[in-house]
Design a binder for this molecule. Structure first.
Ligand code: FNR
Length: 403
């Protein structure tokens, strides 16, 4: 009898009760180099930490004696209904976390009934992911100097049923992640990179060339200051080029990486949309002017420019600039259902999660991703009940006090 009790106690001890616990499991499961690659941020990791801390500063103000016997969490993003306002952010190379990689993540997205944004730097092709599940998928794009690669990928995404393009705008160059430099972060053997970055439609020499580029993309090139990746990314891509992107696809385009309404130095009018040098500044208003179908308030999970604001701190400003014209989504630091609630209260239509998904994947594959998503949803459901908000529309600014 004591044996059974001991087993039960051990099982109870291993009951995973929060998203953060998956981070601990992921750390145990992964080689240090890969764990650091996923978990780390740029330079002092100030923004990485702030993304979480600024959520924690917000205090909730519940309403009581509200009928919360039914809580409704499903919402609609660009015409697609999802079971809860929690989506999967684009993150690179899921096969470093788990052999089934993006396919496991996509199956979990389908089961959870949410939208998965497939990364441009995925370790499975757009077609493979499309075939593996019927989740609604968006495709995230970086624009390389080789524009034909963008054209090819966007057209293939369109053909295999992806519903939108997410243009990530905050990575004209790679941020400086010091852990990766110290670890001499690199990818596994080239032979294991088959299919990487969805470029297998190109000739074998092209595959090797680009696989090699990606291989080197994550490698410290010695000086640390000019990684190879900067040579393949088109750092001249700016607001003007969104017209080009629109010309190559019929899909709606969301812009990811917006952190402000405007930079305050320039007057925003239709004339100055395309001027440089300020046109690289990310402005919600400009995004509207170039016809973005949605905006993702994001600082790339603190992996690009350090000392940018926590996303939750600037969300309200962006929402006000955009009005209700297009959906505003947020990512960065979402680890609790209460965080989702806080973002919705400040006007986000949904949030995206990046690292939590990877930690779930690394710890327990598809089941881990499912568990992460369901934990966040269950926590959101409980938060809505305890705060007196039976529907998403009931969640408002008045449910928050500034911390
Ligand atoms: C990312 N992110 C990212 N974004 C993007 O547009 N394309 C990409 O390929 C990647 N790759 C990537 C890899 C890893 C390991 C991480 C952690 C992040 C950024 C991602 O989409 C998202 O903005 C953040 O992950 C959100 O922050 P949290 O949820 O990780 O705190």
């Amino acid at each position: 009898p004591e044996g059974e009790l001991a087993t039960a106690r051990a099982a109870a001890a291993y009951e995973i009760v929060s998203v953060n616990e998956f981070q601990v499991l992921a750390r145990q499961a992964l080689p240090k180099m890969y764990y650091d690659f996923y978990a780390g941020g740029a330079e002092d990791e100030h923004t990485l930490k702030k993304n979480v801390q600024e959520f924690q500063r917000i205090i909730l103000q519940p309403r009581v004696l509200v009928d919360v016997s039914n809580i409704a969490m499903s919402t609609n993003i660009l015409g697609y209904t999802i079971s809860a306002p929690i989506m999967i952010a684009p993150t690179a190379m899921h096969k470093l976390a788990h052999p089934e990689g993006e396919l496991a993540t996509a199956r979990a997205a389908a089961e959870f009934d949410t939208i998965m944004i497939l990364s441009f730097s995925a370790s499975s092709s757009v077609e493979e992911v499309a075939a593996s599940c019927d989740a609604v998928r968006f495709f995230q794009l970086y624009v390389l100097k080789r524009r034909d690669i963008a054209v090819n990928l966007v057209q293939r995404a369109e053909k295999s049923g992806y519903k939108a393009i997410v243009l990530t705008a905050d990575r004209p160059r790679r941020g400086r992640k010091e852990a990766d430099i110290k670890n001499k972060m690199n990818l596994p053997q080239l032979k294991n990179l088959e299919g990487l970055m969805s470029i297998e439609v190109f000739s074998v020499s092209e595959i090797l060339k680009w696989a090699l580029s990606l291989y080197e993309l994550l490698q410290d090139k010695g000086s640390n200051t000019k990684p190879y990746t900067n040579e393949i990314f088109d750092s001249s891509f700016c607001w003007r080029d969104i017209a080009w992107l629109k010309s190559i696809t019929n899909l709606p385009i969301l812009i990811k990486g917006i952190l402000t309404r405007e930079d305050g130095k320039i007057k925003v009018s239709s004339d100055d949309v395309f001027v440089t040098p300020f046109s690289i500044v990310l402005l919600a208003t400009k995004a509207m002017e170039v016809g973005a179908a949605g905006i993702i308030v994001s600082n790339h999970g603190g992996r690009q420019l350090d000392y940018t604001p926590a996303t939750i701190s600037v969300l309200e400003e962006v929402v006000q600039a955009v009005g209700r014209k297009v959906p505003v989504l947020l990512d960065g630091g979402v680890r609790r259902g209460t965080d989702v609630f806080k973002a919705l209260a400040l006007g986000a239509q949904a949030v995206l999660v990046g690292r939590p998904v990877i930690y779930g994947l690394a710890a327990k594959g598809e089941a881990g991703v499912r568990k992460v998503m369901h934990m966040l949803k269950d926590e959101l459901e409980l938060t809505m009940a305890l705060a007196g908000c039976p529907t998403l529309k009931d969640i408002s600014r008045s449910h928050e006090l500034d911390g």
